[in-house]
Write a protein that binds this ligand. Structure first.
Ligand code: SF4
Length: 74
């Protein structure tokens, strides 16, 4: 199953991921960074397994992220 990885600590809260795919990305009101919906953290990397159908949306997000801190593993 495909996976999304997010280096959340480096996020600058630009909002792009949320604008592109709000079903998977939310902005935190606590620290202003984005949050990977249903993600779990392991050694500083947030990750979640996604369906094949969701891959293109997250690929678009990964391309748009100015810091390139989102990776899709297929
Ligand atoms: S697009 Fe990148 S930098 Fe912008 S809020 Fe999302 S993860 Fe953070």
């Amino acid at each position: 199953m495909p996976k999304v990885l997010h280096q959340r600590a480096r996020c600058i809260g630009c909002n792009l991921c949320f604008e592109i795919w709000p079903l998977r990305w939310r902005m935190s009101h606590i620290d202003g960074k984005c949050t990977l919906v249903n993600g779990t953290e392991k050694k500083g990397i947030w990750q979640v397994i996604i369906s094949e159908d969701e891959v293109p949306y997250n690929q678009k997000v990964a391309l748009a992220c100015p810091l390139k801190i989102i990776t899709i593993i297929k």
